[in-house]
Design a protein around this ligand. Structure first.
Ligand code: DI6
Ligand code: FE
Length: 400
């Protein structure tokens, strides 16, 4: 085990709840022992036990918790650049679908890829996130829609956490789309639910997700998936109210979901339900931007009701080919009028909560020593820059 050390000459944005916008501590020190934070606070208060430890000096830089990208689809085959180009050349969605485009094309590419190929294509995506200070990433299945491919995606997601110094949380998203030629109810009964059982039996599932939308599954169908999740002791989350309001947010709240994601079409009433349930609202500005959505999520209602908000990339080949968590933060501010402090809470403390994690996303004693050290002095700079990566150093499990 590495020797314990103290990170010094830093300003710490601890993101501790109730400690003001960023929980800022100037001239701070963070003590790291055995992969955990043993102590954090003003250096002048450093307990004498730690004074003799090795020092990692940071020249006055800002330290935050390592970032958490709590909603991604980074394991998938192929890409949809061709479809993007066709749209910009005037092709309609119908023409693209007839030419084999859309989610169906990603399902085909993902089914056709071996586990090794999926791993090889996902590693650079994980590396891009790590390069921006991400210490924890959530990865969904959902481009298989058959048992073998859904399990393959989840195994690759788990493998990414073995190949790289990053914590991976998996979500089973069998209820993502109805496979061509099937009907939704039959698919849920014959494929989705048995696949969830099989994936859980292999230890591949940390949470269960669904796409509740007119073009995917309705609330009754999602409720069946959630009932199975709860029977297996798994928490749920939901793609809710992305394109229309069909009751997904209320359903997520009813099931005590960890998070309701997208939520552009959620209402004030929905916000109150999320607050009561303790469910995090995850906003995904990359998808909003890519599909030219015009309805922003009800950020003010979330604020008014005290709903914790998280921000994520939704990195996927169709609606959000966004490989930058920092750009997602910038977009949450510019497109959704979130504050930079809300954006940073959204990729640290609240993103951890959206994954059910109690030991990361905040700098405090007992937490994982997952830290990001930045070449900035003001935490607002992290959301302010566009296409700029000011990461100086990332510490993962105490190791840098
Ligand atoms: N919501 C989305 O925006 C993506 N999935 C989902 O549930 C779309 C995924 C894709 O187009 O491949
Ligand atoms: Fe998504």
């Amino acid at each position: 085990m590495a020797r314990p050390y103290v990170v010094t000459e830093i300003t710490a944005a601890t993101m501790a709840p109730g400690a003001g916008d960023y929980g800022l501590v100037r001239d701070a020190a963070i003590v790291v022992t055995e992969g955990r934070i043993a102590w954090a606070g003003p250096e002048s208060d450093l307990p004498s036990d730690y004074v003799g430890f090795d020092r990692q000096t940071c020249g006055g830089r800002l330290v935050t918790p390592a970032l958490v990208d709590c909603h991604t689809h980074i394991v998938h085959g192929g890409n949809r650049a061709r479809e993007f180009e066709m749209r910009l050349n005037g092709a309609s969605y119908e023409e693209i679908a007839r030419a084999g485009g859309g989610i169906v094309s990603t399902v085909g590419d993902t089914r056709g890829a071996s586990e090794a190929e999926l791993l090889a294509s996902a590693l650079p995506r994980v590396d891009a996130l790590i390069a921006q200070g991400v210490g924890t990433v959530e990865i969904k299945s959902g481009y298989g829609l058959d048992t073998g491919t859904e399990l393959k995606m989840l195994r690759v997601a788990r493998a990414l956490g073995q190949h790289r110094p990053i914590q991976v949380l998996t979500s089973f998203l069998g209820a993502h789309a109805v496979p061509a030629g099937d009907d939704a109810d039959t698919y849920i009964d014959r494929i989705c639910l048995p696949t969830l059982e099989a994936a859980h039996a292999e230890g591949l599932v940390d949470a269960v997700d669904g796409f509740c939308e007119g073009i995917a599954f309705d609330t009754v169908q999602i409720a069946r998936v959630f009932d199975k999740a709860h029977a297996l002791g798994l928490p749920v989350k939901l793609h809710a109210e992305q394109l229309s309001h069909i009751g997904g947010t209320a359903l997520a709240a009813k099931y005590g979901a960890l998070s309701a994601d997208h939520v552009e079409y959620s209402t004030e009433v929905d916000a109150a339900l999320l607050a009561d349930a303790g469910t995090v609202a995850v906003v995904l500005p990359g998808a909003f931007y890519t599909i030219h959505e015009t309805q922003p999520p009800p950020v003010q209602a979330f604020r008014d009701h005290g709903v914790p908000m998280a921000v994520a990339t939704d990195w996927n080949p169709g609606s959000s080919p966004l490989g930058s968590i920092l750009l997602a933060m910038n977009m949450a501010c510019t497109l959704f009028r979130m504050t930079p402090a809300e954006a940073l809470a959204g990729t640290t403390r609240n993103a951890s909560r959206a994954l059910g994690l109690l030991d990361c996303g905040v700098i405090a004693a007992g937490m994982r020593a997952d830290l990001a050290i930045w070449n900035v002095s003001d935490p607002a700079e992290l959301s302010y820059g566009i296409g700029i990566n000011p990461l100086h150093l990332r510490i993962f499990g105490g190791v840098f």
